[in-house]
Write a protein that binds this ligand. Structure first.
Ligand SMILES: Cc1cc2nc3c(=O)[nH]c(=O)nc-3n(C[C@H](O)[C@H](O)[C@H](O)COP(=O)(O)OP(=O)(O)OC[C@H]3O[C@@H](n4cnc5c(N)ncnc54)[C@H](O)[C@@H]3O)c2cc1C
Length: 243
């Protein structure tokens, strides 16, 4: 059953160009329970009616009194304009949590493919995976265009320092060169290209020990899903959310 959450905006941080992190603190009920990967439905008041927009929860499930969203504000978009105009202290209504794109508590190794703000539910999953009893290897391939689009780099570096089973590569599709230092965390090209080049040869023989989590724009996620199916990865090992 979906719960109605009364919230208040407590943080609004510009992460990169038109991408923002929003933190909403819960007023009533005071806590939220959800599974890493789920989304909330933002109720947007518009011309006397209510319009719904879905946003994945970017914070981990153990953060209970507030939650975070990572949103790309689209020029003229209904949800985007509402969020753009929301000021610290303003109230907002959400329903949820909802969605089947959730982190599976299996011992399988996990490959995460995110593009753009598709990182939101995957950030929650990666944070949650730090707390799981079952340990597995986790690889994140996150597609962005340019260096200036990057955020959460320090955060993922910190997770990597603590968790030797976590590796990540930010895949920049519109850059042409990287310094040697940058190459530790960045690669040039789209996520599928970087995965194919840097990880697939190493895990090919044990591919059935892996599960795959895909999130981002509709077209990209579908093409990534096809890419994995062509590699004979079973459909049952591919979980995805299309924005
Ligand atoms: C399950 C789920 C979870 C989601 N989670 C997130 C999330 O965590 N973060 C996030 O940023 N978004 C997320 N989305 C997308 C989000 O729900 C909205 O679709 C998005 O914010 C645009 O809504 P809007 O009301 O601002 O624009 P709309 O008023 O719906 O659209 C305005 C115009 O912009 C176009 N448009 C819509 N989206 C885009 C886009 N991405 N790029 C360019 N043009 C576009 C539309 O075609 C339309 O012409 C999620 C979607 C789903 C289905």
């Amino acid at each position: 059953m979906l719960i109605l959450y009364q919230t208040q905006l407590t943080k609004k941080i510009n992460l990169a160009s038109n991408v923002y992190l929003f933190e909403f603190s819960l007023i009533e009920p005071k806590e939220i329970s959800f599974l890493a990967g789920q989304y909330l439905i933002l109720l947007v008041p518009s011309k006397g009616e209510t319009i719904s927009r879905l946003y994945s929860i970017a914070s981990p499930p153990w953060q209970k009194n507030s939650f975070e969203l990572v949103v790309e504000l689209i020029e003229g978009g209904v949800g985007s304009t509402y969020l753009k105009n929301l000021k610290i202290g303003d109230k907002a209504l959400f329903k949820g949590p909802a969605g089947m794109f959730t982190l599976k508590e299996t011992s399988k190794n996990k490959v995460f493919f995110a593009t753009g703000t598709g990182i939101a539910p995957i950030r929650s999953m990666i944070m949650e995976s730090q707390k799981l009893e079952v340990k597995s290897q986790k690889f994140l391939f996150w597609g962005l265009r340019k260096k200036e689009d990057v955020y959460f780099l320090d955060e993922f570096k910190k997770i990597k320092e603590k968790d030797k089973n976590f590796e990540f590569k930010i895949c920049l599709s519109k850059e042409t060169s990287l310094s040697k230092v940058e190459s530790d965390f960045f690669s040039l090209g789209h996520v599928d290209y970087v995965f194919e080049k840097e990880l697939f040869p190493k895990i090919k023989k044990t591919i059935f020990d892996f599960e795959f989590y895909l999130c981002g724009g509709r077209v990209v996620v579908e093409s990534l899903r096809q890419f994995l199916l062509q590699k004979n990865i079973p459909q049952s090992a591919i979980f995805f959310e299309k924005f």
